[in-house]
Design a protein around this ligand. Structure first.
Ligand code: ADP
Ligand code: ZN
Ligand code: MG
Length: 495
């Protein structure tokens, strides 16, 4: 950037305008218009049939469960469920689309006009939801070659297992203003979808994907600027980086006297920049027309009311209730609510034992338990340590029967044994030593071995005590009561 350009950028204040189109695969057992299974990771082209391969003469039948899931999403996002909605054919040619048209919704989507409240650093922002509509996913192209992208590929393969999987598209209003807001919106939307149980919303498996539209305009202008659509954002991190980069790029283009063109750009995660997309350039005219093989969806008031009544508690409500009930800080509450399995586990531990401390339980469920699950190759669902047994362990900790250090050993052992924590403590001799007599000998040994530390302590450097407590803990294999050790050390050094 030249000095003059930099000055121009600084002088004109632009704001960023962002709207997000989110695609999410619905977690139904079968595809949108046929009975093929939707399991992820199957051998390519094994989950296909004449309907999802677009063979002539095959007829689609709408998946009722998918319609229900989409309506639930609409209701959770405060949308109106249209009394009548319609499937349309969106016509275009691309090899991952066997029918040469995608069944989607056009001017009569299932859900319209809602909003989602997003917490951005403690401030609530209400983001408008334009619509939620149903469609089907495409197949997956694999470009074989050095680049992994279509340009420069030697050849391409297509897997149609994904073709026809039910998809919702959730379109936001251009209400987002910063990269932080865009990420917070995506994160909250993901949490809502997971809480609704309609999708696993796994970004890394591509079951949730974002197309992000970015433009800039001078602050105070009502009119929107030319938008650029960003593709290939497969993590919250890349979404954030891409928006920040793109807004900055647009500012630079204008400052240098250039013009922005409406285009689709690809986010290059490695290079950390967006670049024009030359591939998959669709004709702008999709020649939408009503799908003649499917009847319109008619949503009766009683059906909608029934779905509304069955909506689960949503993340925002969960967070508010949990913060109120436990006194935990917002950040930890956010962590707990992010994963329904973690939340359920936490609540079971807390609910089954009187007087268990939410802070301690949250710390163990989110900390050491997660660590051990990874270590032993388990998930929350397959954890051999259920909430009952973890609760028992935490009771031993609270009663002073084991130290925190020893409790970690006990937890690890619980992954390999069905024994109760109390039995493991006894079997492994991990009970906390709270007996003064037993500890005094060790304390004296440690003081004698560290005359320099003892001197420093007497000289007012009280921090050195920690190192000596640590030594006693090591000598007792983590079994000593740290509070008692600390008292004994002070007495031994001081006396
Ligand atoms: P298109 O017809 O190109 O698909 P839409 O009007 O359907 O455009 O909007 C698609 C997405 O782009 C929506 O999420 C919308 O909020 C967003 N959007 C529209 N105009 C702008 C703009 N000027 N800047 C940023 N986002 C925008
Ligand atoms: Zn099929
Ligand atoms: Mg659009």
């Amino acid at each position: 950037m030249t000095a003059a350009v930099a000055e121009e950028v600084g002088a004109r204040r632009y704001e960023t305008v962002i709207g997000i189109e989110t695609h999410c695969e619905l977690g139904t057992a079968t595809k949108m218009f046929c009975a093929c299974p939707t399991t992820f990771g199957a051998e390519p082209n094994t989950q296909v049939c004449p309907v999802c391969l677009g063979e002539p003469g095959s007829l689609p039948v709408a998946n009722g469960r998918a319609v229900e899931f989409a309506a639930r999403i609409g209701l959770a996002l405060h949308c109106r469920i249209a009394e009548r909605s319609q499937f349309h054919r969106k016509n275009y040619f691309y090899p991952d689309m066997p029918k040469n048209y995608q069944i989607s919704q056009y001017d009569e989507p299932l859900c319209v006009g809602g909003w989602l409240d997003v917490d951005v650093e403690g401030e609530l922002r209400r983001i408008g939801i334009t619509r939620v509509h149903l469609e089907e996913d495409t197949g997956k192209s694999l470009h074989v070659g050095a680049t992994g992208r279509i340009h420069g590929a030697d050849y391409s393969l297509v897997d149609y297992n994904r073709a026809g999987i039910p998809l919702v598209e959730i379109v936001s209003e251009p209400d987002l203003r910063t990269a932080d807001e865009a990420r917070a919106y995506a994160e909250e939307l993901r949490a809502v979808l997971v809480a609704l149980g309609v999708s696993d919303a796994k970004l890394e498996e591509g079951s949730m994907r974002f197309d992000v539209n970015v433009s800039i305009r001078p602050v105070g202008h009502a009119e929107f600027g030319t938008k650029v659509e960003l593709k290939n954002l497969n993590s919250l991190r890349s979404l954030h980086r891409a928006v920040a980069y793109e807004a900055e790029r647009q500012r630079r283009v204008l400052a240098e006297g250039g013009k922005l063109t409406q285009e689709t750009r690809h986010w290059d995660e490695g290079a950390g920049r967006t670049e024009p997309m030359r591939s998959k350039e669709f004709a702008t005219d999709y020649r939408y027309f009503p799908e003649p093989d499917l009847v319109p969806i008619e949503a009766t008031a009683s059906w909608v009311d029934g779905l509304r009544a069955e909506l689960p508690e949503l993340p925002a409500e969960q967070r508010a209730r949990l913060a109120e009930a436990t006194g935990l800080p917002a950040k930890e509450v956010g962590w707990l609510v992010r994963d329904p399995e973690v939340l359920a586990y936490f609540q079971t531990v807390l609910g089954r034992g009187a007087g268990r401390d939410p802070k301690v339980v949250a710390g163990w469920v989110m900390g050491q338990l997660q660590h051990d699950l990874r270590e032993f190759g388990h998930t929350m669902a397959s954890s051999p340590v259920g909430p009952e047994r973890l609760g028992e362990l935490l009771d031993l900790l609270a009663a002073g029967t084991v130290s925190a250090t020893a409790a970690k050993d006990v937890l690890a052992e619980m992954f390999n044994s069905e024994a109760s924590p109390a039995t493991i403590v006894e079997r492994k001799g991990l009970a906390q030593i709270s007996d003064t007599g037993e500890l005094e000998a060790v304390v004296e040994r440690v003081v004698a071995a560290n005359p320099d530390l003892a001197d420093k302590f007497r000289g007012g450097k009280r921090g050195v005590l920690g190192a000596m407590v640590g030594q006693v803990m090591r000598e007792t294999r983590g079994r000593a009561n740290p509070k008692l050790v600390s008292d004994l050390l002070e007495r031994a050094i001081g006396g």
